[in-house]
Design a protein around this ligand. Structure first.
Ligand code: SF4
Length: 289
């Protein structure tokens, strides 16, 4: 995120009464100079940083981690949310997570483990390497992964749609539409919100949907935001009708939820029809899905 966009976003959210933020990614520690700049600018504008999120993949050893964390501590970082879950352990060896926790203690940074309940389950495996989800199922039972959404908060968007489609039953699109009448009120939820590095506000935490930060606080122009207007007023049924009539979309598989169908429509419009819409951003989200 550039310093200029960051300042404009902070000014905007302060006007709405938001004086406290968290910083996530991707992985914010992939760009240390950028992260240090963000922490410094946020604090200089008298906005509190509740926590910075990390998956600990950047950990190389005690000394370098201590150096990185001490620098961020000086700039105003006080708490690190450290991700720990089987999904992270698929990609990040657990010794790195343990190393960052220890380095935080030494650097006087609070640790917010997300979530500590998984710690002993992950720690039961060799911490020097990663472990596939199938290894967790072999050790903890076939339903282990299917039960995870009842143990901690999972937003059913992005990667979770693919992961959980293999555990839960999917339905015909007509069944999905018939039980999801009405607009998506989720789009109005501002209790926990995200703005990406390009300046896109992500309404309802619905990844891949976007409102430019400049447009926040104004009545949205339906011509500029036809997809969001449809989803808000008419829900998935209206969005499906629009996609069929304007873009020739045809549901091609069964779906986990209305959000799964919504994603499939948006993917089709962006990648198959080549539409570059300001509402369907960042484009890389679709390109990499
Ligand atoms: S259907 Fe689309 S807009 Fe509605 S909540 Fe799901 S992802 Fe968000």
């Amino acid at each position: 995120m550039s310093r200029d966009i960051l300042r404009l976003i902070l000014k905007k959210i302060k006007n709405f009464g938001c004086h406290s933020v968290h910083i996530g990614g991707g992985e914010p520690f992939l760009n240390l100079d950028g992260l240090a700049m963000v922490v410094e600018v946020v604090r200089s504008m008298s906005v509190n940083i509740e926590y910075v999120e990390t998956n600990s993949s950047w950990y190389k050893g005690r000394e370098s981690a201590l150096e990185v964390l001490s620098t961020l501590r000086e700039k105003g970082l006080s708490t690190l949310l450290i991700s720990m879950s089987p999904f992270h352990n698929e990609h990040v060896p657990f010794y790195k997570v343990k190393g960052v926790i220890e380095a935080c203690k030494e650097a006087n940074i609070d640790v917010f483990p997300w979530i500590s309940q998984f710690y002993p389950e992950i720690d039961a495996f060799d911490d020097r390497t990663t472990h596939a989800l199938s290894v967790y199922e072999s050790k903890y039972g076939e339903n282990y992964l299917a039960k995870i959404p009842s143990r901690y908060w999972i937003h059913f968007g992005g990667r979770a749609l693919k992961t959980f489609a293999t555990f839960y039953s999917t339905k015909d699109y007509r069944d999905i539409v018939s039980v999801n009448k009405g607009g998506c009120s989720e789009l109005l939820d501002v209790s926990h919100f995200h703005i990406d590095l390009f300046g896109n506000y992500i309404p309802g935490l619905c990844s891949g949907l976007a409102i430019r930060y400049e447009d926040l606080g104004e009545k949205l122009d339906r011509k500029q935001y036809p997809f969001l207007a449809t989803l808000y007023h008419l829900g998935i049924e209206g969005f499906l009708d629009l996609a069929k009539s304007d873009y020739g979309f045809k549901p091609s598989r069964e779906y986990l939820s209305k959000c799964d169908l919504c994603f499939d429509i948006r993917y089709y419009i962006t990648m198959e029809m080549g539409v570059n819409s300001k509402e369907l951003q960042p484009r890389g989200y679709y390109e990499n899905s």
